[in-house]
Design a protein around this ligand. Structure first.
Ligand code: DC
Length: 225
């Protein structure tokens, strides 16, 4: 069997464009590991909520930063805090409503970036987030920037919501708010790397996306998927 090249694939883009599902499937097909950087920001947020340094609409930044050295976060591939699988808990609305401002804290970003570099050390990685191709792995061999109409994205996220009482409008407002915050923050904002290839999946299925990627990997990188 032909061994695939062990490259780094960076997938960035707006909230709920399906970055993680796409990245996960690519990793499965290539035998790569998948790292979801947003999940690490979510895990830090959950940790802060539990410790009481986040809550009541406020974030005690200094207290959260002081907790960082004690946070053990990993992806196996589910997200773990220490030995606890928190993959479901980090997707709840309470975490979603604080994660953008938490991810704007420079020291939190350094903490997450260090963990991502540690986990990606062996290569053969598909990593998704907002600043992977611009900041975390600026030399990634393949960079994809994902976008889609925001009503379509909100509907996808709404269908996954397990919180009772969360309406479509709540999800849409949270998504628009996070897009705005993520794109306008000072530290490492969401933006397309100049060498990233845009994938607008408003009208695409996952199969269409895989076909698009297969063509790209075959023609540009010599993969045989
Ligand atoms: O991909 P997600 O929605 O689970 O990410 C959660 C939040 O984390 C998102 O609002 C922005 C932030 N994030 C970031 O700032 N940089 C990344 N590389 C990944 C996520």
């Amino acid at each position: 069997m032909k061994t695939q090249p062990q490259i780094i694939i960076a997938i960035d883009g707006y909230s709920s464009t399906g970055k993680s599902s796409f990245a996960k499937l690519i990793a499965e097909r290539l035998g790569y590991i998948h790292l979801d950087s947003g999940a690490l920001y979510r895990a830090v947020t959950l940790y802060g909520l539990r410790k009481g340094v986040i809550g009541g609409g406020k974030i005690d930044e200094a207290a959260l930063v002081a907790l960082l050295p004690g946070i053990e976060v990993s992806q196996r591939p589910d997200t773990y805090l220490g030995e606890e699988n928190v993959e479901g808990l980090i997707r709840q609305m309470e975490v979603s409503s604080y994660v953008s401002p938490v991810s704007a804290i420079a020291k939190v970003r350094n903490f997450v970036d260090d963990n991502l570099h540690r986990m990606a050390a062996g290569g053969g990685v598909v990593m998704d987030g907002r600043d992977i191709g611009t900041t975390v792995f600026p030399n990634a061999e393949l960079k994809i920037f994902m976008t889609a109409d925001d009503l379509v994205r909100a509907m996808r996220r709404y269908k996954e919501t397990t919180d009772p009482g969360t309406t479509f409008i709540d999800v849409l407002n949270n998504l628009r708010d996070r897009d705005r915050r993520d794109s306008t923050r000072e530290v490492s904002p969401l933006r397309k790397a100049s060498d990233a290839i845009v994938l607008d999946n408003t009208c695409m299925t996952m199969e269409d996306e895989m076909a698009w990627l297969t063509d790209l990997l075959n023609s540009k990188y010599g993969f045989s998927l």
